[in-house]
Design a protein around this ligand. Structure first.
Ligand SMILES: [Cu+2]
Length: 107
């Protein structure tokens, strides 16, 4: 009986750990100090990228080929589902020195 209880406890721990890993894997870009910060790698179609603007001015996330064009107000969080595979250089239309590249693998 003691062994069964231990096994159940272990199973519960594993399930919790998997849930935590799934959350940690959600790709997020934090814009601060007029920069996009670290752009997540390993993205694929079907993922959702969360953009957070910690600056006091609005930013955009505008693909050079116009595959996407988000406006993120100060303090705002915007979620962007990835629908197309490819390499997408992007920039902020207000601050053109803000640049990054999203690389999205097929599903
Ligand atoms: Cu900007």
């Amino acid at each position: 009986m003691k062994t069964l209880a231990s096994m159940l406890a272990l199973t519960a721990t594993l399930v919790t750990a998997q849930g935590a890993m799934a959350q940690a894997a959600e790709p997020t870009v934090v814009m601060s100090s007029m920069s996009y910060g670290k752009i997540p790698s390993g993205l694929k179609v079907g993922d959702t990228v969360t953009w957070i603007n910690r600056d006091s001015v609005p930013h955009t996330v505008t693909a050079r080929d116009h595959s996407f064009d988000l406006r993120v107000a100060p303090g705002q969080t915007v979620k962007m589902p990835l629908r197309k595979a490819g390499v997408f250089p992007f920039f902020c239309t207000y601050h053109t020195m803000m640049r990054g590249t999203l690389t999205v693998a097929p599903q």
